[in-house]
Write a protein that binds this ligand. Structure first.
Ligand SMILES: [Zn+2]
Length: 290
C-alpha cells in the first residue's frame, strides 16, 4: 500500500541553517513525500550565545527560516526552541556557573513566552551534554533542566531532551523529576533514541527514534506515543554526520509497503503521538506551491 493521501509525514527533530542547505533541504524533504518538520533551533554563529540577546537572535533566525520554508515549499514547520545544554560548557567558562545558569534560565523563560504566543511548540533541546563534562557544568545543567520542567508546565508544552542514551532506570528518574515539577511524564520526549524501548522501560516518557532502517522496522507496531526523526544537521562541514532530511519519508514508504497494516501503523508516529504529547493535531497540508 502507498502512504495514505492526507497522512502527515513528520520528521520530529531536525536542524536547518540559513548558511547551509536551508530551504532547499526542506524542498528535498517535500519532494520525497515529507510534509511536516519540527525545526529545532541551533547555534548559527561560531561562538555559542553569551547573552539573552544572542539567544533571542538565534530563536528569531529559526523562526524566520521556518516562515521561509512554509512560504517557499508548503512544508508545515513547527519551531522548537531552547538554549542548548552543550552551550553550558562555553558559558560556564566565560560567565561562571551562576552567570551561565541565569543566562539559560532567562533564555528558557523567553522560549516559554514564545510557546505561549504560539511562535514555538516545544522547549528543545534541553537536558545534559552527551559527553563527559566537568562536575560544575553537569551541576548547572541539572539546575537548568529543573527550570525547563517548570517553564514547560507553565507554557503547556512538551520538552525535548538532549542527553546520552538513557536506561530504563534513568528514564524513570527523569519522569519522576518532571512529575515532581508538575509536568506530566508524557510531555518528556527523549530525542535521538537509538534503541527500541518497551512501554515499561519508557516510564511514560516518549522516545523520538532516530529513523535508522532496522530500528524503524522493529518499532513500527509498537503502541505510541513515539516519533521518528533524522536529527539532520545541515552542516556542509559534516556530511553524513546524521541521517539525511529525506529519510523519514523514505522509511514511511517502507512501513506502508511492509504489509497489510503497514499504512495504518503510520498514524501512530505522525498523528496520534503529536495529538497525545502536544495536545493538538498536525494541521492539514496546504497545496505545495508550483
Ligand atoms: Zn538535535
Amino acid at each position: 500500500m502507498p502512504i495514505p493521501s492526507g497522512l502527515p509525514v513528520v520528521d520530529h527533530h531536525c536542524h536547518l541553517s540559513p548558511a547551509g542547505e536551508g530551504v532547499e533541504a526542506a524542498r528535498r524533504f517535500r519532494a520525497a513525500g515529507g510534509t511536516h518538520l519540527f525545526l529545532t533551533t541551533q547555534n548559527y554563529d561560531r561562538v555559542p550565545p553569551r547573552s539573552l540577546e544572542d539567544y533571542e537572535r538565534q530563536f528569531a533566525t529559526t523562526e524566520s527560516l521556518a516562515r521561509r520554508i512554509r512560504e517557499e515549499t508548503g512544508t508545515v514547520v513547527y519551531p522548537v526552541i531552547a538554549p542548548y545544554p552543550v552551550d553550558l560548557v562555553d558559558a560556564v567558562g566565560t560567565l561562571g556557573p551562576g552567570g551561565a545558569r541565569d543566562l539559560q534560565r532567562t533564555a528558557l523563560d523567553l522560549a516559554g513566552r514564545w510557546v505561549r504566543e504560539r511562535r514555538a511548540f516545544a522547549l528543545g533541546e534541553v537536558g545534559r551534554p552527551h559527553f563527559a563534562v566537568p562536575e560544575v557544568v553537569a551541576q548547572v545543567a541539572e539546575e537548568v533542566l529543573a527550570h525547563a520542567f517548570e517553564v514547560a508546565r507553565e507554557s503547556g508544552c512538551p520538552i525535548v531532551v538532549h542527553a546520552a542514551e538513557l536506561s530504563g532506570e534513568e528514564l524513570a528518574a527523569l519522569a519522576a523529576r518532571a512529575r515532581s515539577a508538575g509536568l506530566a511524564a508524557g510531555r518528556v520526549i527523549k530525542h535521538y533514541s537509538r534503541r527500541r524501548l518497551s512501554v515499561a522501560e519508557r516510564h511514560e516518557t516518549v522516545p523520538s527514534y532516530l529513523a535508522e532502517r532496522e530500528l524503524v522496522l522493529s518499532v513500527r507496531n509498537d503502541p505510541g506515543p513515539w516519533f521518528l526523526e533524522t536529527d539532520f544537521l545541515d552542516d556542509p562541514a559534516r556530511p553524513g554526520a546524521v541521517l539525511d532530511i529525506a529519510t523519514v519519508p523514505r522509511r514511511a514508504r517502507a512501513i506502508a509497503e511492509s504489509g497489510p497494516s503497514g499504512a495504518e501503523s503510520l498514524w501512530v508516529p505522525f498523528v496520534e503521538s503529536v495529538e497525545r504529547v502536544y495536545g493538538w493535531r498536525p494541521e492539514p497540508l496546504r497545496e505545495a506551491p508550483r
